[in-house]
Design a protein around this ligand. Sequence first.
Ligand code: C5P
Length: 225
Amino acid sequence: MIALIPAAGSGSRMASVAPKQYLDLAGQPLIWHTLSALSKVAELDQIVVVISPEDEWWDSFDWCEFKRLEVLRCGGASRAESVLNGLLALQGSDDWVLVHDAARPCLDPALVSQMIVELVNHPVGGILAVPVADTLKLAQAGQHIAHTHPREGLWQAQTPQMFRIAQLAHALTIGMGPDITDEASALEKLGLQPKLVMGSPWNLKVTYPQDLRLAELILAAGRLG
Ligand code: C5P
């Protein structure tokens, strides 16, 4: 089983000099924590990181402690393209792949093992997700509320997202476009129904500057047990 980490984003919403995966989080680059969590998942044989061909940051850190790590410099213009390019480099294998955002550093390794148990015999695969807790508003011009959208049955997608390598590569190739914002959406476009596996509110995606502080607090709380 393989973990694939798209890490070729520029992190434009962070308004920082370095891409967000390299920002300091508790004394290490953010992606270090992501790799550290995944390297504790015994079921994973290999961890593949997809970075941009123009990445000037990766080589300035030492990744020796991560034994099953491979880096591919084949990131694309979108997250979906980066994932597809990574999958094409893994050609020939029809193993499961767990795609996980570099920008989700607070992943609990036990949750990943649990997810694997739930999905390993599933015909399609699935994703970590959490039910939507807030009331949802659709905005119209001028930031006024057009209407309240019923939240019943709505889930927020997280990662990892676990699918078969060949099927995911096929789905991304066929469906590639701006509407493909995660792996599951490509499978859905083929008429398939990935499973929702209960994720965790701690598994946040670092997107805005204030998320870094929150991630630091979550990691510190985890260390306290
Ligand atoms: O920008 P966003 O937070 O949605 O990115 C999610 C993940 O996808 C991040 O880990 C980011 O590095 C990755 N990504 C990528 N290639 C892109 C854009 C984003 O690998 N072109």
